[in-house]
Design a protein around this ligand. Structure first.
Ligand code: SF4
Length: 481
């Protein structure tokens, strides 16, 4: 089985990557500005929604119920979609999904594909699979197009090019579109993108989309977006292929009422998405005449099997937790080494990878709880982070590991007052070569990991216990005297 989350397998640890990115002042400025703007808009439209907390609770309950009956709802969706003229394919992992999709494009004789923004296709590395088979994918979401033309990687789940500013976008467009003149005014940039894409919309015969929601009762698919490119991709081509994670299913059309209020407010600070596209199977003479849905597992059933982490699958990919996270706002998305960044990335990626390649991610959080407060489906991300940290520690303790041995020794010291005092006496003696102007700024060996990122105070001349003893003695002597 090949579980893939973008290129996370090759990525360095979060700490290493973040260290490097923190030096990029322009990137930090871009990320802070963009997340401030989105968070500000979100706060206004959430405040005006009187039943916001009830909506969150309802969405959470719908997700819990659906996951508890996931098998039934997926089969229901398959039956309804097939009855409406669609074809449903099941993919257990990234390789299988890529194979199915590439084969379908080849079967229809396609050499190009127009794509609506879909994180799931980034998760399985679909563009690479297309290119390896001589198929050219065109990203049509403006931000995804900037990332593709800039030979870059997405840094945010809703706004993948959030780390770029207008001047950088202008340079990319001029270089990749062969333009000799272009200003960095938003209207000029979007006009350039529109002209570049218009020809692709009219010419390319195969469309590709993700799904925000799969409706079990009707077999329908729903995609929401702000630019209209999605509407073009799902209506103009002859053939439409949709890739969706199995957690995207909701029981019925009526449930959309809840999610279509929560998602746009949380994602872009809009009351409603400008484009809500819904389609069911195929309709003669209208829209694509061939429709395929690929349902992807790629590690999701493994997450489902863990009752304490299962809530991870509630995510509707709104990005609100990223915008509010004090860690993400400093580092941006690339530090997470995965297409899923920020707090949700810190719990999704390690679980999809079964913790092998991403053990640093659950520590990429201050556990402040801001992500939980804004999450429209009430995912308790701090709770899952602590659960994952526990798993990592238990896995490490099962082997001979210096940190685990160190922790066991510390536990022995801290469990006895006498041992603690002896250790403090030794520490006081051993620390003096490292104390400078009242601070310890460098420690040798493994302890240097601590002082690499923070200074510490030396142990005081007298411990509290010894002060207390002296104090009590003086009191007693005073009373006796
Ligand atoms: S975890 Fe919640 S806040 Fe974060 S992206 Fe998912 S739904 Fe949005």
């Amino acid at each position: 089985m090949t579980i893939r989350v973008g290129e996370a397998a090759e990525a360095p640890s979060f700490q290493k990557a973040a260290f490097k990115l923190l030096d990029d002042a322009q990137l930090r400025k871009n990320v802070r500005h963009a997340t401030d703007v989105i968070s500000g808009k979100r706060a206004i439209v959430v405040k005006e929604q009187q039943d916001w907390q009830q909506l969150r609770a309802t969405a959470s309950a719908i997700k819990q119920h659906t996951l508890a009956h996931l098998d039934e709802y997926l089969l229901k969706f398959e039956a309804a979609c097939t009855a409406a003229g669609g074809h449903v394919h099941w993919a257990s992992d990234a390789d299988e999904a890529n194979r199915i999709i590439v084969d379908l494009v080849k079967q229809y004789g396609g050499k190009e594909v127009i794509k609506v923004k879909t994180m799931t296709s980034d998760e399985i590395g679909l563009n690479k699979a297309f290119e390896a088979n001589g198929i050219h994918p065109h990203e049509t979401d403006l931000a995804d197009m900037i990332v593709q033309l800039g030979h870059d990687k997405p840094s945010h789940i809703v706004a993948p090019a959030l780390h770029r500013n207008r001047q950088q976008v202008r340079e990319i467009f001029m270089r990749e579109m062969g333009l000799s003149e272009l200003t960095d005014e938003p209207q000029d940039l979007t006009n350039a993108a529109r002209q570049y894409l218009r020809e692709k919309f009219l010419k390319v015969k195969i469309g590709f989309s993700g799904a925000n929601y799969l409706l079990a009762d009707t077999g329908g698919v729903c995609v929401v977006e702000s630019e209209g490119n999605g509407r073009m991709c799902v209506t103009l081509p002859d053939i439409l292929i949709t890739l969706a994670g199995i957690e995207k299913i909701i029981p019925s059309f009526r449930d959309l009422e809840v999610f279509l209020q929560l998602l746009p407010r949380s994602a872009t600070g809009e009351r409603m998405n400008p484009y809500n596209s819904l389609w069911t199977g195929v309709h003669k003479g209208e829209g694509p005449q061939h429709f395929h849905v690929v349902l992807l597992d790629n590690g999701r059933t493994r997450i489902l099997a863990d009752p304490e982490a299962r809530q991870t699958l509630h995510c509707i990919r709104c990005g609100a937790c990223l915008n509010t996270c004090p860690v993400y706002r400093q580092t941006g998305g690339h530090a997470y080494g995965s297409i899923y960044s920020g707090p949700i990335g810190a719990i999704v990626t390690p679980q999809l990878f079964d913790m092998e390649h991403s053990q640093s991610l659950p520590y990429a959080s201050s556990l402040c709880g801001a992500c939980y407060e804004v999450c429209p489906v009430k995912i308790n991300i701090p709770e899952v982070l602590i659960h994952l940290r526990g798993r990592i520690v238990r896995e490490q303790q099962s082997g001979a590991n210096i940190e685990a041995i160190g922790m066991k020794a510390m536990a022995r010291v801290f469990s006895s007052g006498r041992r603690l005092e002896a250790a403090q006496r030794l520490g006081r003696l051993g620390q003096w070569p490292f104390v400078s102007e009242g601070w310890i700024k460098h420690l040798p060996g493994m302890l240097g990991n601590w002082t690499a990122v923070r200074d510490m105070r030396p142990l005081p001349k007298q411990s509290f216990r010894s002060w207390w003893r002296e104090h009590e003695k003086e009191k007693k002597e005073g009373a006796d005297g």
